[in-house]
Structure formats: structure tokens, C-alpha cells
Design a protein around this ligand. Structure first.
Ligand code: SUG
Length: 424
């Protein structure tokens, strides 16, 4: 069945005013290697907004989600802590967690199954419980509150609770969808990790299975694939660090999956039209792919029918990756264009262009228009960021009452301008 008005809308997370580098995510090499750096929240948020504008200029539908309330005093109170406890080195990461702007990476906000894939013909969304990392485990209820407003139309959307916390779920970052076009029925692929390696496996098979059941996906159009444990150990803490899918295309590193041939075959059984664009380790090593976030790209279908890859500058500037991309563009494969974007502030915390967006296939008319972007609204958002977002945050400022006040005021100003005070 084809739903004529359905389109892919990318909902990017607006980078919050408390964006900082606290090194909270074990196994996320960019984040841990930048721990203690000075962050630049204003530049970070403007970079994110520039990416959204660039995608709109390509003719793509763009939405956004808002920063969550930070610092999260309730999170600290639940641990018997206050902001002043940041002076104790052992408490500093917990206080920093309460300040984390990590909700900017909306690929981890939820898993989304578009209406053509589900038993009841609605688009299903399950917020990710993100239980593996304490600073991320605090996100889902506030994220759900926001999704409940953006996708309030119950004829079009079904919003679930997060899956129970004993099974780690990291949302769309470990989920891929294959389809002839976005409005056609698709095959959904869930990629999970097995625990036991040097770094946490953040997506559990049981959580993926639960999401598939809750969304009413047809078993013959649902595939579960194990992530390569070596990729997790090398820093691919989410599958979207080593693979991305769009339409009929899987763009993947050779070492993304535990059983490479078995993975492609399992997808092909459910989706025979699959086209795999595989990057061999001999051309781009796993380490280089992870360092440059080549696969944390947005693989987008342009209005003219061609596909383009929106990559971070870090990929574009790598000799090995650029060599691959140049060959790919001059070849006759399905990905014809590459568009570099600058999201370096987010990249330093392990979040590339694809981490910053949640894909929702929906009729835009069914989405609360306050969450949809156009140029005028982008100007409004930019003006709030320019006035209220801190220029920089030093690690020693985490826990400061003065900075906390600024962060709270900044978010409130944005909510007011967007007529979304109900999220205050
Ligand atoms: O969960 N970084 C995020 C990056 C998420 C990237 N998302 C996807 N791959 N889809 C994470 O590890 C760093 C925060 C800090 O260390 O302060 C952080 O949470």
C-alpha cells in the first residue's frame, strides 16, 4: 500500500545552551577524548541550525525538537546531590550528567516505524530508554512529553512508553528502514550488540524485539542483525557510526556487522531490491571510518530522484575518505552527490550529522506546525541563540548557580518565541 502524502521529515535536535564536554560516554571515543575541553554552545547550536537550513535548501522537509530542561535538579536530588557537590571529583560526572545537552542527538530520541509498516496503519514512536548511560537515561520522559505534542494526532501517530529499563534501547541510531520510496511499505532492520566487550553494547536484542512487537511490524518484514563486536570495541557505540540506509540502499563499512554476508542476505530475503554500497577496510579502515564519521551521514533522497550523502567536514577532509567519496561520485552507483557540513562542536562529543536528526515519515499536515522549520522560524531561533546561548562553557563552570540561571533563561526564551511554553 502507498500513502501519497507521506514524506520523510528530519527532526533535528536544537543544541541546548548547556552543551559541554564532560566525557560521560564510555566507548564513545570522540566524547572521552574531548573530556575537559571548553565547549561553545552558541556556535554548536548555530552549526546545527545551518545544517537544517542547508537541508531545507535541498528541498527536504525539516523539523526540530527542543533542548530538554537542564540542569536537571530532580536528577541530582534523586542521587542526594546538589550543584555544590561538583567540587568533589567523584561527584563531578553526576553533576555534569544533570547538565548534559545530550538530547540534541535525536537519532537516540526514539525509534519510528512509519504508517505503511505497522499493523494499525499509524506511525509508531517509542522513546529510547537510553539506560546504558546515566546522563542519557534521564531523557526519555521529557522527550516523550515533546513527542506527545508534536505528534498529537492520534489518527496518524501512536506514541509508546520507553521499553522497560532492564533492556537497553538507543532508538533510531540502531534502526534502518528499506523501501522502494518513503511512502511505500518498508522492511525495518534492528541492529543490536552483544555485551561482554571492552565497551558497553548499548542496544539489546530484547529491546529491539519489544519495539518491533509494540509497533505491530510484520515478522517477515523485520530483521534483527548483530553488530560486529570489533566495531563496538573500536568505538562504534551505535550502528549509525558504521552504516546508514535510505530507500533501497545500505551504505556500510565492511566490518559493521558480526556476520557480513549473513546480514546482507537476511535483509535481501525480506527486501530483494537491496543495493549494498560497501566501503572496504582496505580503502577506509574501521578506525578511520569511526574517527571521521563517514557513515554518520544523512543519506537523503533529493526531489530530483537522486541520492546524496550529507557528511561531516571531518570525512571530507580525510585523504582516505575523500578518495573513496571521489571514486563513489564518479562511479555509477546509487549515491551521486556528497555534501559536507560543519557540525564540529557536536562531533567532538561523538555526534555527527545523522546523530542530530530523527527521521519521521509522515504527512507534514498531521505534525504540530510549531515543530516544523522554515526560514523565518530559523531566523527566530538563531536570534534567540545569539542572545541567550553561552559563548563558551569551561568544565569548572558546571555546577555554577550563575551559569545555571543563564541556561534556564535561554531555554525559556526559546520556548516563548516558539509558542511552546507548555514544555517549561
Ligand atoms: O550518547 N554523546 C552521545 C553521542 C550520541 C551520538 N548519537 C548517535 N550515534 N546516533 C552519546 O554517547 C557525550 C556527552 C558527554 O560526554 O558529555 C554524549 O553523550
Amino acid at each position: 500500500m502507498k500513502h501519497a502524502k507521506l514524506q520523510e521529515i528530519n527532526f533535528d535536535g536544537i543544541v541546548g545552551p548547556s552543551h559541554n564536554y564532560a566525557g560521560l560516554s564510555l566507548g564513545n571515543l570522540a566524547a572521552t577524548s574531548h573530556a575537559g575541553d571548553i565547549s561553545h554552545p552558541r556556535a554548536a547550536a548555530l552549526q546545527g541550525l545551518a545544517k537544517m537550513r542547508a537541508n531545507m535548501a535541498l528541498g527536504l522537509q525539516q523539523g526540530f525538537l527542543l533542548p530538554l530542561p537542564r540542569p536537571n535538579e530532580g536528577f541530582l536530588a534523586g542521587l542526594g546531590l546538589t550543584q555544590d557537590d561538583a567540587v568533589e571529583p567523584e561527584n563531578r560526572p553526576l553533576v555534569a550528567a544533570a547538565w548534559s545537552a545530550s538530547a540534541m542527538w535525536t537519532a537516540n530520541a526514539a525509534t519510528v516505524s512509519p504508517a505503511p509498516d505497522t499493523a494499525d496503519g499509524r506511525c509508531h514512536l517509542t522513546p529510547a530508554n537510553l539506560v546504558t548511560m546515566p546522563h542519557r537515561a534521564q531523557e526519555w520522559r521529557d522527550t516523550k512529553a515533546q513527542l506527545a505534542i508534536a505528534f498529537a494526532d492520534e489518527a496518524a501517530f501512536a506514541l509508546h512508553d520507553a521499553v522497560p529499563p532492564f533492556f537497553g534501547d538507543e532508538g533510531a541510531a540502531n534502526h534502518m528502514r528499506f523501501c522502494a520510496d518513503h511512502s511505500a511499505s518498508g522492511v525495518e532492520v534492528f541492529v543490536f550488540g552483544r555485551p561482554g566487550g571492552a565497551f558497553p553494547a548499548r542496544q539489546s536484542l530484547q529491546a529491539s524485539r519489544a519495539v518491533a512487537r509494540l509497533h505491530g511490524l510484520a515478522p517477515e518484514r523485520t530483521v534483527f542483525i548483530e553488530q560486529n563486536p570489533f566495531a563496538i570495541a573500536a568505538g562504534a557505540f551505535h550502528n549509525d557510526v558504521v552504516s546508514v540506509a535510505n530507500g533501497r540502499v545500505l551504505f556500510t563499512h565492511e566490518e559493521a556487522f558480526a556476520d557480513r554476508e549473513g546480514a546482507y542476505e537476511a535483509i535481501r530475503v525480506a527486501f530483494p531490491e537491496l543495493q549494498v554500497v560497501e566501503v572496504p577496510s582496505s580503502e577506509v579502515s574501521l578506525a578511520e571510518a569511526i574517527a571521521t564519521y563517514l557513515f554518520n551521514a544523512q543519506l537523503v533522497s533529493l526531489p530530483d530522484g537522486n541520492m546524496a550523502l550529507v557528511v561531516p567536514m571531518e570525512s571530507w577532509n580525510s585523504t582516505a575518505v575523500r578518495g573513496f567519496l571521489d571514486r563513489m561520485m564518479s562511479g555509477d552507483g546509487p549515491i551521486g552527490g556528497v555534501i559536507p557540513v560543519d557540525v564540529t562542536q557536536s562531533m567532538a562529543n561523538g555526534g555527527g550529522p545523522a546523530c542530530l536528526r530523527l527521521r519521521v515519515v509522515a504527512d507534514p499536515a498531521t505534525v504540530d506546525p510549531r515543530f516544523l522549520l522554515d526560514e523565518a522560524k530559523a531566523d527566530t531561533i538563531a536570534s534567540v541563540i545569539e542572545v541567550h546561548w553561552p559563548e563558551s562553557i569551561e568544565p569548572a563552570q558546571i555546577g555554577s548557580a550563575e551559569l545555571a540561571g543563564k541556561v534556564v533563561t535561554a531555554r525559556a526564551a526559546l520556548l516563548e518565541k516558539l509558542d511552546l511554553d507548555q514544555l517549561a
